[in-house]
Design a protein around this ligand. Structure first.
Ligand SMILES: Nc1ncnc2c1ncn2[C@@H]1O[C@H](COP(=O)(O)OP(=O)(O)O)[C@@H](O)[C@H]1O
Ligand SMILES: [Mg+2]
Length: 383
């Protein structure tokens, strides 16, 4: 706003002011007539928008707007607001002569004479592209930081949940065998069990202790696999021997199952942590036995296919419904079926199998038909 002064002629002052405005380079300052046609232009306007005075004076100011906004009659609407409110301000995209966009702060002021008649509009535009770039960068940084914190919080919540599940499982699954052991121990102590039965009681206790051992081992392994950098042994071995060993170890658990093993040449050689890979096969076999309570055939195979070592275990058991498949490999992922509830388990086995297979660049796949049986296949890079 120009203040009246006593020390200079108004005419002079007007000229000086026009000179001042024309020389401003950081702001585009120009005037529009009441219809929005450009009537003056300054240095800054030329610098920011790229047009010279002769190119734009006489044209409608909508040339600075993106085409979509022109179609929506946004420039006219802005003038209408300025006319009614005295002023319109916004930040938005504008177009330079060369077609590139810049982020602008725009102020449109309605100019009226003493009688209140609209003479036109003053328009001041500032190029804020650089500020916007910096601000957008800062926002992106802030968002990334927020996302990181949220991921961390989610992870903490997940760990908390896992811990709760662990404690639940430990107390529930360990208490079972513990109760049996305590019972036999008190009978041994008070002489209720005759010496002739000591051997069979010892075998029973051995099984219960093995169950507890197995559970503790699975829980410890799960905890270890929480870390990405657990050390894995690096041995080269033949998967056929691993499968044969596990069949021999688990055969005592079979109840009326026929275990068949198809071991094909050439040797499916694998490099990695033999003990851990053996636990995958052990769990496949253990599941095949447990989840086929009526017996049937358990068919194992080990071979090389497309330079991969492929081991599979197929049973004729209860099978798995399609909708339950996604649950199989999750931590504590036991299936919520009536049959399953009567079979003891932790739901950790296949989770561990998947983690171990992943860390060897391998994978596990399942095929199953409810009521007919299941086949679990481990595929590892062959050497
Ligand atoms: N061979 C199979 N046949 C049918 N269901 C199976 C088989 N193997 C695994 N499952 C299902 O997958 C679930 C998860 O298996 P696993 O992680 O080994 O846990 P667990 O054997 O301790 O229950 C089991 O509870 C069972 O419901
Ligand atoms: Mg299992």
């Amino acid at each position: 706003m120009l203040r009246k002064s006593n020390t200079a002629e108004p005419r002079d002052l007007g000229d000086q002011f026009a000179l001042l405005v024309s020389g401003v380079v950081d702001y585009a300052i120009f005037m529009l007539d009441p219809a929005g046609v450009i009537v003056t232009w300054n240095e800054g306007a030329q610098r920011i928008k790229g047009y010279t005075a002769t190119e734009v004076v006489g044209r409608h100011f909508s040339i600075f707007y993106p085409p979509a906004e022109v179609r929506n009659r946004k420039p006219d609407w802005e003038l209408e607001v300025a006319k009614r409110e005295g002023r319109y301000e916004e930040e938005g995209w504008r177009i330079r002569k060369d077609g590139t966009r810049f982020w602008a702060n725009v102020i449109i002021t309605a100019l009226r004479d003493e009688s209140g008649r609209l003479r036109g509009f003053g328009k001041v535009t500032r190029d804020l592209t650089e500020q916007k770039r910096i601000e957008d960068g800062r926002n992106a940084q802030r968002e990334a930081e927020t996302a990181r914190l949220r991921a961390h919080a989610d992870r903490m919540a997940e760990l908390e949940q896992t811990k709760a599940e662990f404690l639940n499982l430990a107390s529930h699954e360990l208490r079972g065998p513990m109760t049996v052991i305590r019972g036999y121990n008190s009978m041994l102590a008070d002489g209720t069990i005759p010496p002739a039965q000591f051997a069979s009681v010892a075998r029973l206790l051995e099984v219960k202790i093995a169950q507890m051992d197995h559970l503790i081992e699975q829980m410890l392994e799960t905890a270890r696999l929480e870390h990405d950098d657990i050390p894995l042994a690096q041995e080269t071995f033949d998967m056929r021997f691993v499968v044969q060993e596990q069949i021999d170890t688990l055969r005592p658990l079979t109840r009326g199952h026929r275990v068949v093993f198809d071991a094909a040449d050439p040797a499916p050689l694998v490099r990695g942590d033999r003990t851990r890979i053996a636990t995958i096969v052990a769990n496949f076999l253990d599941n095949a036995i447990k989840y086929s309570p009526d017996g049937g055939e358990i068919r194992c195979s080990a071979c090389v296919r497309d330079s991969r070592a492929v081991v599979s275990v197929r049973d004729e058991g209860v099978g798995i419904a399609r909708e339950h498949m996604p649950r199989l490999f999750t931590r504590f992922g036991r299936l919520p079926t009536a049959e399953n509830m009567t079979i003891p388990g932790t739901g950790l086995g296949l989770f561990l199998c998947k983690e171990i297979a992943n860390r060897h660049g391998g994978k596990i796949t399942v095929r199953s038909e409810p009521g007919l049986g299941s086949e679990f296949t481990l595929t590892l890079p062959a050497v």
